[in-house]
Design a protein. Structure first.
Length: 128
């Protein structure tokens, strides 16, 4: 059996605010909404994204809820053009996220930038 990620859960400070960011701002479809837990459909060929209240998520895993700065992971969204990279980052910023690294040409020949959702979860948006 190979390992699969069907749902990626992230801890968030305010579930409803994060739901608004991902649903209204980024266009994700809500599949399940139970106030302290929301599961979103990110589209074809993607795992679902679950939002769980930060302290409750830490408690669920049996770990301390403190944590800040780089968490050792980022989401990557690969698009087909530099214009799409700019559009996605602008959309995230307009929805309440923040631009972390302005999109620019990369030494490997592509184009990419980073945004963070309202809880600081990093998203890299890149095009070949």
């Amino acid at each position: 059996m190979s390992l699969q990620a069907n749902v990626i859960m992230i801890g968030v400070k305010d579930v409803q605010a994060s739901k608004k960011f991902y649903e209204d701002g980024m266009g994700c479809k809500v599949e399940q909404d139970q106030h302290h837990f929301v599961r979103l459909d990110l589209g074809e060929r993607s795992a679902a994204l679950a939002l769980y209240q930060w302290d409750a998520a830490a408690g669920d895993a049996g770990v301390a809820s403190e944590g800040n700065g780089f968490r050792g992971a980022s989401f990557h969204y690969l698009v087909s053009s530099s214009d799409e990279v700019d559009t996605v980052i602008a959309k995230a910023t307009a929805a309440g996220g923040s631009e972390v690294k302005a999109a620019a040409s990369a030494q490997w020949g592509g184009y990419f930038g980073y945004f963070a959702d309202p809880d600081g979860h990093l998203w890299k948006v890149a095009a070949p």
